[in-house]
Structures are given as C-alpha cells and as structure tokens.
Design a protein around this ligand. Sequence first.
Ligand code: FRU
Length: 560
Amino acid sequence: MNCETRLHIDIGTTVHGWLKPISESEVAKAILTIDGESVAEWVADKAWHQFESFVATQSGELCIVWQSVETDVSVIYAFDPATVLEEGVRLAWTSERNRYPETSHHVHFHPPFGWMNDPNGLALIDGKYHLFYQHYPHTLRWGAMHWGHAVSEDMIHWVHCPVFLQPSLEVLSDVNGKGGCYSGSAVPTVDPLGLRVYYTAHVSRHLPDVQRQLSAVSHDLISPAVSDEVPLQRPKAAEGGGDFRDPYVFKGPDNRWKMLLGTRNSEAGIVLLYDSDDVHSPGGWRLVGPLHEDSSHGSSPAECPCMVPLQDESESGVTHWVLIYALLRSSDALTARRNLTYAIVGDFDGLRFKPRSKQELDFGTDCYAFQALTTPTGVRGIGWLANWTNFSKNADYPTAMTLPRLLAVKQDNLLVRPIPEVDRLRREMLDAGDLASKEGIALPDSAIEFSIHLAKPGASMRLIFSHTDFDLAVQVGPDGLEIHYVDPAIKITPRYLASNAKPSVLRIFLDRGAIEVFADDGRWVGSKRLSSFLPVTFARFEAVQEDIRRVEIWRLALNH
Ligand code: FRU
C-alpha cells in the first residue's frame, strides 16, 4: 500500500523523519516531492529507525510517499527553525506504535509521540522554560534514549520542539536496545545566548564504563553541537557497578560550578560531588568526593540527584540547601511502595553537605527523577508522573509529567506547592452541593481541582471517585493522608500513605491518568499515575459534616 503525508512548506522549513525496513531483506525508501517535483529520497537499510532531515529550498506542497510493504515510517514532523520556539513542530505522521493516545491528560505535559520518562535539562532562557525529557520516539515503551524537548512561558502551556539528542550508532545497533542519552541537566550560555547540556551516555559495549558523561552546547536552542567527553574521576569507594549517571550542574554557594552524579556502592546509594570554575570547559571537573550516602535501602543507586538553595521562610535570611534524589529499587516495608524519592534539607558550603532533616518528596511515589531550577520567581521543578514500579519493556506505558511545583523551606521542612500559574487553569466553579449525598456529583470530563478545608487538622474524611477500571479515593484518617488506589490489573497494591499526616487543607488535582494531592501548603504531596485515561465520572464525600469547613470544586483547562 502507498502511504503518504502532505503538508504546506516554506523556504527553510525543516522536516525530520525516521524510517526502517519492514524486514531484513527490504530497503526502506520514502520519496519527497514539492508540487509534484521530486526533491529528495530517504533510504534506510538498518534494523533500527534511521533519522532523516530535509530542508526546503522552495515553498509549496510537500508530499512524502512510501510503500508500507517495505518501509516503516515512525514519525515525520516539520518546523521553521526561526519560529519553532513559539510555534512548535507540525506533526505530519506517527505510526500505530508510537501514537500517543488522543484522549489523554487535559492539563499535564506529555510527549507528542512515543515514550517519556525523566525531565532533563530544565532551564530558563530569554523568558522561556526549556524542558527536555528522556524519550523514545518509536514506541510507547522505553527504548534507546533520545532527549525530547518542549518550551513554555508558564510551565503549563508547552510547545513541542524537535527531538534534541539522539543515541549514537553504537547504541542503535546494540541488539539489547539499551542505552543512549540518559538523564542530565542544562545551564544557559550568555554570549552567544544558548544552552549547554550535560548528560550520561549509556553504551552497553563500553566496558567497564558503560556510563560516561558528555556535554554539548546549542546556540539555536533546538539542536546540539557535537558532544564532548567529560572525563570524571570515580572514587574507589563508589565503584557502584554500571551506575554512574545523571549529571546535575548548578552554581554553588562559593560561586563555583558544581556537578552531582548518582551512583552506589555495596551498602548505599551515593551522590557524588564535582567542582569546576568553568562550566563551559567540560574537561575541567575535579572530584570533591561523596556528597551524601543513603544506606536506608541498601545498595539502591541514587538516581537524578538535584540540589537547590532555599531561604527558610521561618527564619529570614537563612539559606538551606535541599538535595533530592530517587533510590531505584528501594521499597518501603510498611506500605509496599517502591522507588522512593527523598529530599534532604541541609547546609552546604560548596564542598560539604550537612543534613538537617530528611523527608519523602512525594508519598504517591509518582514524582520520580524530580528536577528543580532556581529562577527569579523561586525554585521550580517538575517530576516524571510515574516510576519504574509497574513499568514493563513489553507493554505500552504512556506517561506524563507532574504539575510543575514551587519549592520552599519552613522550619527545616521542604514544602512543595503547585506553581502559581496552576491557579490560572481555573475556569469555573462547579456546584459542590450534592457532594456528600449518596450518589455524589457527576464530574465533567476535564481536569478538576478540589479545594477542601477541614475544620481541624487530621479530621477524618474520604473523597471517593467512581471509575470503571479502579478504586480511587483520597482520605484522611488515623493512619495519615492517603491516596487509596486499587487497580485490579496491578498485582501488588501499595498504600500510598503519608504516615501520621494530619492535614487541614487539601488541594486535589484530578486529570485523566493522574491524581495529585497537595496538603497544608505543600507539607505533604502525593502524586499517582492512574492506569486508564477514561475519566472519573462521580465524586462523593464521606465525612462528618462539622469536620468540613469549605469545599470548592473547579473545572480546569488550558488556554487554547
Ligand atoms: C531514572 C533513570 C535515570 C537514567 C534514565 C534512563 O528514571 O533510570 O537514572 O538516566 O532513567 O532513561
């Protein structure tokens, strides 16, 4: 069968596409014409999707044609490099395998196609937030890692940009399909304006150092120059097998550049610290040593460490540093939750970190690989609204990012609040009158926020949601604050519990595929990926009336 896609293009329009032969004996081929005149041919004969790029030198109607018996085209999109940061890419083709479900999240960021995990390279450049992410463009499953890219002025409304980093040929040709451009971070460049990314190259064949660090600059903000090696000494005490990844680069309190890396030894997850006076010379990093060790879950590798300064809201002028990292394969015996993320509030002089307190970042555990960024409007961050617990390489697993968050510290506690721009999603207030009735209230198929003020801290309540595929409720009770989520399709049912939490105010954000609970101004936060994109249909309250002071329900929507 002939497949084709058509789109109008102008001089300079750039088209990206990925294609591979249907079988080993075939050669994949796509013909590009403009207004009927042949302008290019894409040919691929490898076992993986080969990247092709075309830049138009004339305007007109571009038509790309291929035979589906011999050629598998995964994605095609077009963009104008001069305006792509405002207008985004125009998606021209996706296959069945990488098409992101059309009816998914209403207000949560997700990729335009393919798989997504960790947020990477969060940066604010020229008034725009740049969000990169772990991406596999060709299926809704984890694969050879690319970096996807999106930009936004408010961290709520995002524009999709061209794929930013692509795995090397060594990775693509690896039959295990493992590796690629793993997680990392970005810093702006000033003159000329741009950004520099630091990331991990995972190449299974590079023994013993399967994971190395690379760095690349980009001045057009949409494509990187060739990556440089970042030679890093590895301390004997943290040889940690293959785990040596996720560089997070930031300015320390001594005005020098710092890099964190996640690793482990046989007893603990470890965050390593490196130091440099020039972030733009990738060869200039010096090992300071282990910054922090966490043996609470044995030898679980620390993943995606990040560190930010925050003024304590309760003692003016005192700045603490918060170190956040995930512990892969960690598990909580009490609740059966896995892959926990910790936040340590402490003091940091640029070389040593002295913890003051430790807490879980998110009792729902689906705020993984959290990455934060210091901005003029506070420390903002975002996490992967999932973790590796229920993931399988053999099943589609579409995911999103959490709502963006604003961090604060008060009396040595990290507070995690939705960014203020989230308030602007409120469209109209829904009638909460029948919430406490037997039936409850019917909910529109949209994102919804429940704002609940309890009459006293820890007053028992249960907000029950009706869904065809799972049981879902948010409850406050003697054990604490809990997202009760029971999905019969998932073998083990953890208790998503903030033990002993006694909140008074809850903000609950419900979207297709997601629930997030922010309690007491960010003192407790729980985020949970929901396995179905079908909407919740009803909500009903079980509570003693006197225990509830106020309830507001808002319909939320993006500006279109
Ligand atoms: C965390 C993580 C990172 C790694 C990336 C690979 O979710 O395991 O440590 O860089 O995912 O996709």
